[in-house]
Structures are given as C-alpha cells and as structure tokens.
Design a protein around this ligand. Structure first.
Ligand code: HXC
Length: 284
C-alpha cells in the first residue's frame, strides 16, 4: 500500500521538478532515507536504493514506486557501503539501468547505545566504517556521474532544473559531545569534514555537497535504538525548543529544498533540521 503524501512531503512543492533525474541512495530502505526517496520520486525522479538486506531493500523500492505511476525505482540488496567494490557494482547497475546519477543521498549508518567502556575497538571501527568510510566510498563511486550531471544542468540553470548534488545524512552529537554515542559522534564529525572538502573540490564543477542533520525523528529505527521505550513522544517533544519531535517529512522537505533550484547556492553547509534540539543537548 502506498504511503500517504502528507507523511513524506509538504504541499508546497511543484510536481515534476525532478523529472528525468535519478537519485542514488545508500541506506535507502531506512525510515529517513526512504521518505527522502519517496519525496523525490513523487516530484518526478527515478531512484536506486541500496542496502544490505536484499528482501527489505527490494520491497521498500516496490513500495516507493507506488507514489508515482510510471516511476522506476530499483532496489539493490546485498550491498555493503564498507566495500568500495560492492558499492561500485550498485552504482554501475544504477547507471546501466536508469541512465545517470543526478543526486546522491549518503544515508547508510550504523548505531547502538554503548558507553566507551562497552565499546570494543571493533565496535567503534564498525560504525566508523559504515558511516565515514561508507560515505567516502559513496562520494568516490558517484562523483564522476555527479560532475556529468552538473555539466548537463549548469548551476543555476535558466530552466530551473538541477543535477550534480550530494547530501550526507549526518548528526549533531559531535557539536556538544554525547554520552553513549562516542562512536557515532566521531564518525559523523568525519562525515561533516569530508563533505566540506567535497564542496570545495567539486563546487567548481557545479556540484553541491551538503549534510542534512536530523534531530529526534519519531518512528525511525535510529530513535528506536537511541531512546528508551519509557520516554514517550510528548515527553521528548517537550524537551525540544520547537515543542515536538521531528518527522521523516521534515527531513524529506529539507532534501527537496537542497536538490531543487531554490537550493542552488547552498554548498558546503550542514542543514540542521531538529527544532533547535541540539542547542539543548548540553542540558540548557
Ligand atoms: C556494544 C556492540 C553493540 C552494542 C554491536 N556491537 N552492538 N557493542 N554495544 N549494542 C559490536 C559487536 O560486538 C562487534 O564488536 C561490533 O560491534 C560489530 O558488530 P557486528 O554485529 O559484527 O557488525 P555488523 O553486523 O556489521 O553490524 C554493524 C552494527 C549494527 C553497527 C553493529 O548495529 C548495524 O548493522 N546497524 C545498521 C543499522 C542501524 O544501525 N541503523 C540505525 C541507524 S540510526 P566485537 O568486538 O564483538 O567484534 C542512526 C542515527 C544517527 O545512525 C543519529 C541521528 C540523530
């Protein structure tokens, strides 16, 4: 069954702004990245989502395709972003079957709650490998296609179409430091630094590279892993200056903005979508 539009996209966007564009998404079957993909497909894009779990990735791809008749959504499973060769095989298949890569979302991530005393060196490394090395592998494997897309779609383009954009899904934990999240804080700090360098190296080619920084987003696998089940939505929302938890739609809308013509001068930045939650991380 198709997910209602109101759950992944606000009503302000014009249909078909991403017609004939292709988005490549790592971790695309996850709650946040599937909503980002759904929004882009709704607005005209075709998509390739990749993940480790084949049946989940393929079934989420089928479900995303329902949002727009005629869309093409490829789900490629058994891909681990920690392996460049594995990721590159998915990139090659995406280009072979969908013809191009215009947008990239580097969303694959690993997380669990653990104090430093409970983190083995391999546990710490596993999250660095998925988040940081995985994002690097994604940049490395897709950047030639993003450069080509940017050349076809100069930034800004008089006709308002866009291409050559890469977005990493980061976090705000490292802005203050975060207990039980040393591994993710370190991994995402490196993701931010990586994406800043991408913006500098590839900005001259017309590519934009940014991070979107979700706060506490309700209904996600990340929240299920991080928040105690005893903490309900209302209680958590009250601790956030904007008075509520975020939704996957908040992140999808931010993604649409960054990939649209409206975001064409936004490069090398982190768009924090968290109701100012991170400003209270220190308990202020
Ligand atoms: C301590 C743990 C642990 C835990 C695993 N490990 N869970 N250590 N506490 N709760 C250790 C293992 O013991 C092992 O170390 C090492 O981590 C690797 O574990 P494996 O299970 O062998 O690795 P793997 O199968 O590759 O799994 C990677 C993973 C797993 C990160 C551990 O959780 C995963 O696959 N996650 C992907 C999905 C996910 O996390 N989604 C949530 C993303 S949300 P030893 O020493 O025993 O070998 C998110 C939100 C970000 O990222 C923040 C947003 C605001």
């Amino acid at each position: 069954m198709s997910v209602p539009k109101s759950e992944y996209l606000s009503s302000v966007w014009r249909d078909n702004i991403f017609a004939n564009r292709v988005v490549f998404v790592t971790g695309g079957a996850g709650s946040i990245c599937s909503a980002q993909t759904r929004a882009l497909v709704h607005l005209g894009a075709n998509a390739c989502i990749i993940g480790r779990n084949a049946s989940k990735t393929e079934s989420v791809a089928k479900e995303i395709a329902l949002v727009r008749p005629g869309s093409r959504v490829l789900g490629i499973g058994n891909i681990d972003v920690r392996s460049f060769d594995s990721l590159k095989s998915a990139v090659d298949r995406c280009v072979r079957e969908l013809g191009a890569i215009d947008f990239v979302i580097a969303g694959a991530a690993g997380n669990f709650i653990a104090p430093i005393s409970g983190l083995s060196p391999n546990a710490f490394k596993s999250v660095i490998d998925i988040d940081t090395i995985g994002t690097f592998n994604t940049v490395k494997a897709t950047i030639p296609y993003l450069i080509e897309s940017a050349a076809r779609n100069p930034n800004p383009n008089p006709d308002g179409t866009t291409g050559g954009r890469i977005l990493a899904v980061s976090a705000a934990f490292h802005y203050t430091g975060m207990p039980l999240q040393a591994h993710v804080s370190a991994a995402k700090a490196a993701v931010d630094a990586l994406m800043a360098s991408v913006s500098l190296e590839y900005g001259p080619y017309g590519v934009t590279a940014n991070c979107v920084v979700p706060g506490a987003i309700e209904g996600t696998e990340g929240m299920a892993r991080l928040a105690s089940s005893a903490v309900d939505k209302q209680t958590m929302g009250k601790g956030i200056p904007s008075g509520r938890m975020g939704s996957v739609r908040d992140i999808a809308d931010a993604t649409v903005y960054l990939f649209s013509d409206a975001g064409n001068y936004v490069n090398g930045t982190n768009l924090v979508v968290d109701g100012a939650g991170w400003r209270r991380q220190g308990g202020v």
